[in-house]
Design a protein around this ligand. Structure first.
Ligand code: SF4
Length: 356
């Protein structure tokens, strides 16, 4: 049996071990009992863009695709709305989201110099043992440790180079260049993908930043009927050799597309870092301690039990009344990319659930 370490586990472990210990599926696996909360607009955007970039519909007239993109936003927001604060917030989120998607559809064809191959694709890979060539990291009991995450978009450009694309909803300012250079999650995508899809090397990462107010401030022109014509020759298991600047950014006041090439040494270092972190996180004598800091604790869902534990009190009652064991991840029938599906363009999309 495999022991899965998700990207969110990795982030939580390094942010605060106490939060990780309470939340991780590999540890106590607790989550706050759901109640009214904000709608995850970034998730709604990713769900809509998974349809926008759906490979089987990439060459369809955009006037046919765009209504489906809007429907995907509706489905995502309404699915979350059961736990959302109020109906007015849902309506406002939908109105802003639809305006944003129309502005995006007017801008994206000016920078989409690629062909999408996969959207929302889950992967899991073994982690090479740093001291034993050919072996993967395992637990003391022998279970293989696997790193898991979901790639927003895999695309190929006209040089047969493969890129992983991350969609980012921006509510503040654009990410600093160094933050993107060091973004470990997308670098890990690039490191892991050639192991998941044997030999398919990734040339680099693309950050698709979209300001949350793009619908109010963005271009309101109608979406064009199609995309720039990008002809890649065919699917290769290894990307073509391409040259060019390491980082290229372009955009407007409300949209920014940043492309960063990732070298072999950078990806190898990322794999070594992951192995070192995972070795620490799974060691038998691991110590758990809190890492309180304003920027860390402000977004933490475990503050009340943490305060009790830090004062030396027993948090068992609080954990049993305000938290529950996290249920298994639901398998959403027909979720795009939730299953391995054809890489061929023109493949029929999976059946989508109704938006009702
Ligand atoms: S409140 Fe802060 S210190 Fe406590 S578990 Fe959460 S992140 Fe860690």
């Amino acid at each position: 049996m495999a022991y899965g370490i998700h990207a969110s586990d990795r982030t939580a472990f390094k942010r605060c071990r106490r939060e990780w210990d309470l939340s991780s599926r590999n540890r106590r696996n607790l989550e706050p009992i759901p109640g009214p909360g904000p709608i995850d607009r970034a998730q709604a955007l990713r769900d809509a863009l998974a349809v926008y970039y759906f490979p089987g519909m990439w060459e369809w007239d955009r006037s046919i695709v765009q209504p489906l993109v809007h429907q995907a936003l509706d489905r995502s927001v309404r699915r979350q709305a059961e736990a959302a604060t109020d109906n007015q917030a849902v309506q406002e989120t939908l109105a802003r989201g639809h305006a944003l998607l129309d502005a995006y559809a007017a801008w994206a064809p000016t920078v989409d110099r690629f062909t999408p191959l996969r959207v929302d694709t889950d992967f899991e890979v073994g982690i090479p043992h740093p001291a034993r060539p050919g072996a993967h990291l395992v637990l003391p009991a022998g279970d293989e440790i696997r790193y898991c995450d979901r790639v927003d978009l895999l695309a190929i450009d006209s040089d047969d180079a493969y890129w992983v694309v991350q969609h980012r909803l921006v509510t503040d300012s654009w990410a600093d260049r160094d933050v993107l250079e060091l973004d470990e999650r997308t670098i890990a995508w690039s490191w892991a993908w050639p192991q998941f899809y044997l030999g398919m090397g990734i040339t680099g990462t693309v950050y698709n930043e979209i300001r949350a107010d793009a619908g109010e401030l963005g271009v309101q022109a109608p979406p064009p009927a199609g995309h720039q014509q990008v002809h890649h020759r065919r699917m290769y298991a290894r990307s073509g050799t391409v040259s060019g600047e390491r980082l290229h950014a372009e955009g407007t006041d409300v949209f920014r597309r940043t492309q960063i090439r990732r070298g072999e040494a950078e990806l190898a270092a990322a794999g070594a870092d992951l192995a070192a972190e995972v070795t620490t996180a799974t060691s038998a004598d691991l110590k758990i301690f809190p890492s309180p800091a304003p920027g860390v604790c402000a977004r933490c869902s475990y503050r009340s039990p943490c305060v009790m534990m830090s004062q030396g009190d027993d948090a068992t009652a609080e954990l049993s009344t305000s938290y529950r064991e996290r249920p298994p991840e639901p398998v959403q029938e027909g979720r795009l990319g939730g299953v391995t599906w054809s890489m061929n363009r023109g493949a029929a999309p999976p059946r989508w659930p109704s938006s009702s």
